[in-house]
Design a protein around this ligand. Structure first.
Ligand SMILES: C=C1C[C@]23C[C@H]1CC[C@H]2[C@]1(C)CCC[C@@](C)(C(=O)O)[C@H]1[C@@H]3C(=O)O
Ligand SMILES: O=C(O)CCC(=O)C(=O)O
Ligand SMILES: [Fe+2]
Length: 386
């Protein structure tokens, strides 16, 4: 059935095409855009955004009881407190893979500045945002509901993503150059803010990697070394209010295919984790960062630490925003558990693979969901993963 074109505020036409089930790649000549200004005014939610009822299970308001870790102990070198914190982290990661950290060393002013820049990006007219559109097969750039990638179960969100390579240096400010190249010179300051934000995220990531190594009883510097020259991903999520919020998701149920996620959410609430057989809310804390294990780290721990299903709800009245830093190793690094982690006769749960191959799978062939890792290995069952 041909969807009727809907006019948006900028006179260009918002055209939502009939939903084919193809995930990616979508037919080249299909142009679909999600103009959040326009779509919020619609009486009925386009059917492409309506998720299967099986996913829309009622959610309790019950909260996840994830540990809150005070990271100041790491700088202080308080080994007794570090051992206790590592035990709390271990228990959480064996179960659902989520914990929150405070005294993380990321200045509140920098977080506030990053949110201000989120607003400066997403308030741009749709034509400007589309000029910075994500290139098919890549992660960087603007996306409106991923409407150019998928034809059904569209997430009610706009995103802006870019890559952070730690080995960049001030003489080659990649993020500033990226913002200026895709959004214009007036986004120089936005680039500077995110340059600083990603540097702070990367530093924090290495501290958390040390705590994870301690919690797993391996060489505490192992993951620092493994991730120190990583190619991480920064993503700004912007979730407009939705009149039919109970029929869609801001971000659908998934586990992160990456290694470790460092997320700041605003005070609106909406992040949920599937733990102990139910959806549990992660309480927003403005002074905390939410940390969760991703699929790649689950493989590094030979399945010990869990990369868990989570999702982001939208609501009827308020915009919700989140800043998400996805920690990834350098793309050519071989993902396999450290020998000393494996107990005697412990079988390997996953074949060796590179992050580049898993990343490409999620960008070109498969929408990350709850089964990404096994789908990835099935996809590559015949060919070489490295
Ligand atoms: C490597 C990635 C792919 C996604 C961004 C990072 C880590 C999380 C992934 C994602 C958010 C999981 C849900 C589906 C997805 C398509 C999304 O809703 O944005 C995923 C991201 C992506 O492929 O752009
Ligand atoms: O916005 C959120 O709270 C969660 C987003 C998320 O899970 C993701 O972008 O991977
Ligand atoms: Fe996620």
């Amino acid at each position: 059935m041909q969807m009727a074109p809907l006019m948006n505020s900028n006179t260009s036409t918002l055209v939502l095409h009939p939903s084919s089930q193809a995930e990616e790649p979508k037919k080249e000549n299909m142009l679909s855009i999600f103009d959040s200004n326009m779509i919020q005014k619609q009486v009925n939610i386009p059917k492409e955004f309506i998720w299967p009822s099986i996913d829309l299970v009622n959610t309790t308001q019950e909260e996840l009881k994830e540990p809150l870790i005070d990271l100041s102990i790491m700088k202080a070198g308080d080994e007794k407190a570090i051992a206790s914190a590592a035990e709390l982290v271990r228990k959480a990661c064996l179960n659902h893979g989520f914990f929150q950290v405070i005294n993380h060393g990321v200045e509140q002013d920098l977080i506030n500045d990053a949110y201000c820049e989120v607003d400066s990006i997403f308030k741009q007219p749709i034509s400007k945002k589309l000029s910075a559109k994500r290139v098919a097969g890549g992660i960087s750039g603007y996306s409106g509901a991923h409407a150019d990638r998928y034809s059904s179960k569209l997430p009610w969100k706009e995103t802006f993503s870019f890559v952070y390579n730690h080995h960049q240096n001030s003489s080659n400010p990649q993020i500033v150059n990226y913002f200026k190249s895709v959004l214009g010179e007036e986004f120089q300051n936005t680039g500077l803010v995110y340059e600083k934000y990603c540097e702070a995220m990367n530093e924090l990531a290495l501290v958390i990697m040390e705590l994870l190594a301690i919690s797993l009883g391996i060489d505490r510097l192992h993951y620092r070394r493994f991730f120190q020259d990583g190619d991480s991903i920064m993503r700004c999520n912007y979730y407009p209010p939705c009149k039919s919020s109970g029929l869609t998701f801001g971000t659908g149920p998934h586990s992160d295919p990456t290694s470790l996620t460092i997320l700041h959410q605003d005070q609106v609430g909406g992040l949920q984790v599937f733990a102990n057989h139910k959806w549990l809310s992660v309480r927003p804390r403005s002074d905390a960062l939410v940390i969760n294990i991703g699929d790649t780290f689950m493989a590094l721990s030979n399945g010990r630490y869990k990369s868990c299903l989570h999702r982001a709800l939208v609501n009827k009245y308020r915009v919700r925003k989140s800043l998400v830093f996805f920690v990834c190793p350098r793309e050519d690094k071989v993902v396999k558990p450290l020998e000393s982690l494996l107990s005697k006769n412990e079988a390997r749960k996953y074949p060796d693979f590179t992050w580049a191959s898993l990343f490409e799978f999620t960008q070109k062939h498969y929408r990350a969901d709850v089964a990404t890792l096994q789908s990835f290995f099935q996809w590559h069952s015949s060919s070489n993963l490295l």
